[in-house]
Design a protein around this ligand. Sequence first.
Ligand SMILES: NC(=O)c1ccc[n+]([C@@H]2O[C@H](COP(=O)([O-])OP(=O)(O)OC[C@H]3O[C@@H](n4cnc5c(N)ncnc54)[C@H](O)[C@@H]3O)[C@@H](O)[C@H]2O)c1
Length: 316
Amino acid sequence: MSVLLIGGGLVGSQIANILVGQGEDLTILDYSPQPDSLADNVDSSKLRVMQGDILNPLDITRALRESNANQIIHTAAYPMLTIGAQENPYGAVQINIMGTVNVLEAARIHGVERVVAVSSGVLAMFWAGGEDNGESGKEEAYPRPTSFYATTKQAVESLAHNYADFCGVDVRLVRYAAIAGPWRGRGGGGPSNVFRDMVETAIRTGETSVAPQSVEWVYSKDAAKGTVLALQANNPKGRVFNVGTGTVTTPEDMADAVKAALPATKVSVSGQKPTGGFAAVPLSMSRSKTEIGYEPSFDMAGAIRDYAEWYKNRKP
Ligand SMILES: NC(=O)c1ccc[n+]([C@@H]2O[C@H](COP(=O)([O-])OP(=O)(O)OC[C@H]3O[C@@H](n4cnc5c(N)ncnc54)[C@H](O)[C@@H]3O)[C@@H](O)[C@H]2O)c1
């Protein structure tokens, strides 16, 4: 089996680490590869990295031809996710929607066996409508997303279903909760960067502040695990799988987790209310558990401990 992983960022680097550990033949396609950051998380001598843009269909074709990949995991998205899309909706629509269409078209034309595309738990929270008792003839029955980023992710999901139903492409979708995880490069979303600052400040200074917001988080290693399980599952009944923890972490829970993981740290709940797509709705994990065998391995204290280990051991 040979896998083309599109996007080698915060989560992509962890997906790469799992696939390399399984001995898979792996190629990463990224328009702006970050080899040093990648090497923090995976032995990059065991994979290929190609520079290419999913907005250029020929780059995807070239990557599929040169890698001989028969499976695709597509993690690329417009930089800084919700924040980025609110600042530049046109760019986000291009990369998130048209980029995904290019990947799905390439999969169809090249007869790729399976594609996993990435959606977001923002769809559990950032929506309006869904009223009028579900009577579809009424104006507010159909839920619609309330941010540009969520709109692009809903389009990604709808297009993936269409490509599966009408074009025979075996597409699976993973909906991540807000991702926390080790990554020193550019990337991640608002929540990921808030988490990074919180943990790294605690390690460097012995004190830190927790954002005053409840969030459904997932550690990047768990997000990667769920993605690989979605890729490798045989004939799951559904196509969309939540990948989170199923719990919302309140600021007080987060403060307790920091103290449990880094006991010497002085923690306060303060600071600016962070911007960016924080979903405070617990995602149901039951379908992911039953159909692809996903269960998170890291609770919040475990995630912070693992992050701190990575931070101390990484190359300067
Ligand atoms: N980080 C989060 O909190 C979070 C939460 C829910 C869902 N997601 C989704 O998970 C996926 C991965 O997120 P991440 O945090 O690892 O993001 P990231 O920004 O760290 O990684 C994305 C990678 O895609 C690459 N990329 C972007 N546009 C590209 C293009 N046109 N062509 C080729 N490569 C391109 C970037 O260079 C980057 O390396 C995204 O689809 C994102 O929407 C993330």
